[in-house]
Design a protein around this ligand. Structure first.
Ligand code: DGL
Length: 263
């Protein structure tokens, strides 16, 4: 059981930002990562459709021995976290609660903005989570539908990406916020442009660190931490292996073999 893998899933490469942090904080663990690149982006899809995709992916991953599932996708977390928790008997984590907690920890003014996909913003999942922890917060939300396609195409370093980030975030730069939550796991790949646009006075928060810390504590308390270095990580993608591999290798800084899967 302790040597079983942790299943990590996203619509594409975004969840690698969380997987990387899990690898850093829990280097003995093995990750089986699933990127549904063929059906990405999830953001513009209905909550019911995203939920059914997440269920398909989890069913696929559960053919392997898994000791935990991490939905490293905010849109997927908003749509399916509860039903995946209800359906499987192993720890299941999402990224919204950890992201909300991380933001509350650093915000002094208690004025926080959240950016995410249309699905995540429409679900109001961050607003509800933040308010349930701290009812006095002032929260601003903004959907950024152009960000995920830029990242999936590997264009996150380009002048075009910089222009899109500046244009999209312009309304937020006029607000008196001190914290911005990257409420989509793809957005840390655009973090250099996002930080430049928002300026030094705004804390940029992604869920990765806090989520990995939560996973670590759950595995510890259930006596599920791996005792020795595990097997090789595996990467599954439903779409092009080539782009996924390029982005994964650049982001993780290691060789990645991608297995193509038809769901
Ligand atoms: N990375 C995902 C998220 O955190 C999904 C992006 C998308 O497919 O639209 O929401």
């Amino acid at each position: 059981m302790n040597q079983d893998a942790i299943g990590v899933l996203d619509s594409g490469v975004g969840g690698l930002t969380v997987a990387k942090e899990v690898m850093r904080q829990l280097p003995k663990e093995t990750i089986y990562y699933f990127g549904d690149t063929l059906r990405c982006p999830y953001g513009p899809r209905s909550a019911d459709e995203v939920k059914s995709f997440v269920h398909e992916i989890v069913s696929y991953l559960m053919q392997f021995s898994l000791k935990a599932i991490l939905i490293a996708c905010n849109t997927g977390t908003a749509a399916a976290l509860q039903s995946i928790k209800d359906g499987w008997d192993i720890p299941v984590l999402g990224v919204i609660e950890p992201g909300a907690r991380a933001a509350i920890k650093v915000s002094r003014k208690k004025k926080i903005a959240v950016i995410g996909t249309q699905g995540t913003i429409q679900s109001r999942a961050y607003e509800k989570m933040l308010k349930s922890i701290h009812p006095e917060l002032q929260i601003y939300s903004l959907a950024c539908p152009e960000f995920v396609p830029l990242v999936e195409k590997g264009l996150y370093h380009t002048p075009e990406a910089k222009r899109v980030v500046e244009k999209t975030l312009a309304p937020l730069t006029k607000l008196d916020i001190d914290t911005l939550i990257l409420g989509c796991t793809h957005y840390p790949l655009l973090q250099h442009f996002i930080s430049q646009t928002m300026g030094d006075q705004v804390n940029i928060i992604s869920s990765a660190e806090e989520t990995a810390a939560e996973l670590s504590s759950i595995l510890y308390h259930r006596n599920l931490l791996s005792k020795q270095y595990g097997k090789k990580h595996r990467f599954f993608a439903t779409g092009s292996q080539y782009l996924f591999q390029q982005i994964a290798e650049e982001w993780l800084g290691e060789n990645v073999e991608v297995e193509r899967v038809d769901l």
